[in-house]
Write a protein that binds this ligand. Sequence first.
Ligand SMILES: *Cc1c(COP(=O)(O)O)cnc(C)c1O
Length: 350
Amino acid sequence: MAASTLKIDLAAIRSNWRKLDSLTSPNCETAAVVKAGAYGLGAEKILPDLRSAGAKTFFVALAEEGMAARTHLPGDEEIFVLSGHMDGDADLLARGRLTPILNSAAQIERHLGLLPGHPFGLQFETGMNRLGMCAAEFASVRERALNANPALAMSHLACADDQGHPMNSRQLAEFKSATSELGVRRSLAATGGMILGPEFSFDLCRPGIGLFGGLPHAGAAPVVYLDLPVLQVRDVKAGETVGYGAEWTAGAPTRIATVSGGYADGIFRAAGGRGRLFAGEFACEFVGRVSMDLLAVDVSGLDEVPSELQFMGDRQTIDNIADAAGTIGYEILTSIGDRFRRTYTGGIGS
Ligand SMILES: *Cc1c(COP(=O)(O)O)cnc(C)c1O
């Protein structure tokens, strides 16, 4: 069989959630950010498992994702929608009992007009300049918004993965000045902010990547395992080339394994020349360009070529893979293709 199986360790996700939860004070709630289908790993299995582990609050990016999340959960959790209340969202927000994070005065007007009495949160701009209101914008709707009882006041850190970055304390101060008088539950930290220290935690934290085994959660357990089937093994002579563009030339006789998996599966073309697969502890270097469905590795050092080589797992984390491709673990996870069969282990229900 040429199709690979992506193995997702639910017990590792729960353990990562608990580890992050233990960094904060007991009166700070740890939510779970599960946008983009739980970072590409599959909301259907992951959400109920995190719920069983104790997560009661979830964040998604879009109302549509929130609606899907609702169908995977027992029903008593709060689901926040980070993009807020956009034109056309009212029906989904109402039916899914979703709580939009309102990012602008216009979103506040729309929400209070279309769904009076329906819960919402507020996002404040503190330095990221992505979503959220600055003080002047909020002033124009402040009384109406506060009278309607916001469920959360939040902001997002731009540089939390860099402990020493001056933006962190600047945004912390901005956040305090924007929210300390509101009398509303507050949230500033994602994974990086939780690691910066308890002064960033406030009432609720919003980890995402740290649940799924990625930096900046350095102590995270790996969550994703992917072995790629070897389709063919060949010996090439010195001077022969491998792959598109004849980009790689054998300097000596070399044994090449052609493996099932390519850029359509999220194995970035940019990793050509720097990527590796593992046979046990032994690293097999990518050779030539990654194609859509296939890639080649040098297996000359192996006595015997196994039927599968490991791409993701204990030997190679999503961040190792990201380094080789010049990106971040987040992008590796959310780019994993849908040709892989997904299997889940360690689930509370399994
Ligand atoms: C994606 C996101 C998070 C989660 O961030 P991680 O770095 O994955 O922990 C939290 N808050 C907001 C606003 C986000 O967009």
